[in-house]
Write a protein that binds this ligand. Sequence first.
Ligand SMILES: [Zn+2]
Length: 433
Amino acid sequence: MSIKSSLFSFIFTLCSLCLSFGQEQAEIPVQKVYKEELSEMTSKNMVRAAMAYIKETDSITLQDHIHLTEIPAPPFKEEIRAKEFLKMLNQIGVDSAWIDAEGNVLALRKGKTGKRTIALDAHLDTVFPEGTDVKVSFNKDTLFAPGIGDDTRGLAMVLTVLRAMNEMNIPTEDDILFIGTVGEEGLGDLRGVKFLFSGQGPKIDAWISIDGGDLGRVNFKGLGSYRYRVVFKGPGGHSWGAFGLANPHHALAAGINHFVHEADKYTKDGPRTSYNIGRMGGGTSVNSIPFSSWAEIDIRSHRPERLDDMEKILKAAMHKGLEEQNAIRRHGRPLTVEVEMIGNRPSGELSPDLPLIQKALATVEHFGIKPAITRGSTNSNTPISMGIPAVTIGRGGKAAWAHSLLEWWADEEGYKASQYALLLLLAEAGIGD
Ligand SMILES: [Zn+2]
């Protein structure tokens, strides 16, 4: 395999964890009180000035965007980009800033009362392995580089929102945390945001992630997923000389057959649930009984209890395959099987009547467009699953080919998404005047 094709296969492995931007619901009514609140807020001089500032300083956002994109941030190796992001937050100015034990960057801007804490987040990591060329190239307003849209644009927007608030001296009631999280992508398995909500991070009362999607994305439903690696092991031996030994491939094949049969029955009805055997392997040669056989499985559902049910179906099917193969072996020791969870993204959804969601919808409408309600697999899944107000909003502009080397982002009124993030953050944190 060429370097390029092996890189592609690595990326597409990680891509199994891609975001889902699937649009969910046509329209949710926005309550009058939130529309009125927003129009009152946007009529304030300092807010108007901050909105204008974001538009006028679009080139600074773009510089930050390019600068951060060109610092590689492979999964589990975000430190260099994290340090630079911390430095940039400090340069713009916050009350305090630090990198936590998991590697997340946090910058605190204190509010007047500080009764609540609102987080504005983008993720530091990309799906791309070390050695990927992350130099940005240009074609007019279009920027090409791995990670340019997902989610480095989000990081630049976090900086821009903070800069606009500082430049226009906008005080808030609540404290605000500007955050760059680690481990959103792939096998990172949301480790950054999970750490923040594990009790080891600061108290966070509302969470806004910028990640993927156009201006107008309002994602307050988490698509949950469980991921597993199943491994059958046995002694292995010569296909002729040791014939009669239990064969791990035969056991795995039987296990998969039972799983697909039962999973098909289960997923035909009820809240949408999917299953996929994504990768399989093992064995050394055609004339050897393998000593191991493995498969990786992805299960997704709108509902957490459905994921738990599917786990039971998977485990039962694999043990049935194991028992059947062990029962027909003619000699040698029995096979073993291990079903290991390698990924767990929580699911759940919030009420569209929550103030944060209503404010997000009202803010989208302020830009004269219709909200795109989505269910996704993003950092917001974690707070959503805990019932903490959370929403993932779009990084704006136009983009395509996320998680591929061909990724691009076009600055089509890209500044509007930063303006949107600012308004939503201010609406949730309250202006402290
Ligand atoms: Zn992302």
